[in-house]
Write a new protein. Structure first.
Length: 260
């Protein structure tokens, strides 16, 4: 059986699984790391405050405590070049607003983003995971704190359709070592959108509603308002549409390593 077929079958099997992925591996040689976590950052487990009441129930409220187990998340947004290694035909429909090889991929549906992550052994991050990785503990603020200097912007945003995306990693990392968690392109996350899902008590590894109509997107984009780049701000879109020039994604990895 060819390697592409094995990869595809592995992806399908993973999509049938529920829960934590357990990977048993031997200690890598000195100076090496498991390939699957290359260009990923480990986010420690713990409890954090998510959301921002100021944004209202549709875009950020209620503020609440959430406990997450440790997880890995991509350091960069997925680029056109990497996405097209699996979905070759995307090259023919690259967005003119994000068209370089190392620009974040866009003009793809939520399902294509989810498929890509599964086929490489990962998954889309949950909304809670995404916010934990993006934020500094206050969902009402940006990952760098308060304020946005239009003359010396800390991220690619607030341009109101007057420009385009930059190559992934063009701006400094946030406090967790991740690029472009604010601005550049919106990022699909795993959760369905629902204002009824969020509660005031502590949630443990929340995965969002089991069904819905819209999928959540996070982080703002080059084309949107500055406020959308706050770490606690959410928006949503139809998951089947390929027409969005400003929605991309990154992948995450939920695993428990057991070393021999």
């Amino acid at each position: 059986m060819s390697f592409p077929k094995l990869t595809y079958i592995a992806g399908l099997l993973q999509r049938l699984c529920v829960g934590v992925i357990i990977i048993v591996c031997t200690q890598p040689a000195f100076g090496q790391e498991p390939v699957i976590t290359e260009n990923m950052v480990l986010i420690p487990g713990g409890t954090f405050k998510r959301g921002c009441d100021r944004f209202g129930p549709q875009h950020g409220a209620p503020e609440q405590k959430v406990h997450l187990d440790a997880f890995w998340i991509d350091k960069f947004e997925v680029t056109n070049k990497n996405f097209e290694k699996l979905f070759h035909e995307h090259y023919l429909r690259r967005s003119i607003f994000s068209d370089c090889d190392n620009c974040p991929v866009s003009k793809l549906s939520w399902y294509e983003a989810a498929d890509y992550c599964h086929l490489i052994g990962k998954a889309l991050p949950s909304e809670a995971q995404w916010e934990r990785a993006a934020g500094n503990g206050d969902g009402c603020q940006f990952s760098w704190g308060e304020g946005f200097d239009l003359m010396n912007p800390p991220a690619r945003g607030g341009l109101k359709l007057n420009d385009k995306a930059f190559p992934a990693g063009s701006f400094p990392v946030n406090s967790n070592g991740l690029h472009d968690m604010a601005g550049n392109v919106w990022e699909w996350v795993a959760d369905w959108f629902s204002v009824k899902f969020y509660y005031t008590d502590i949630l443990h590894n929340p995965r969002g509603p089991t069904r819905g109509v819209m999928k959540v997107r996070r982080g703002g984009s080059w084309s949107d308002s500055v406020v959308a780049m706050a770490s606690g701000y959410r928006d949503w879109s139809y998951p089947v549409s390929r027409g969005f020039n400003d929605i991309g994604f990154r992948c995450a990895l939920n695993l428990k390593l057991e070393r021999n």
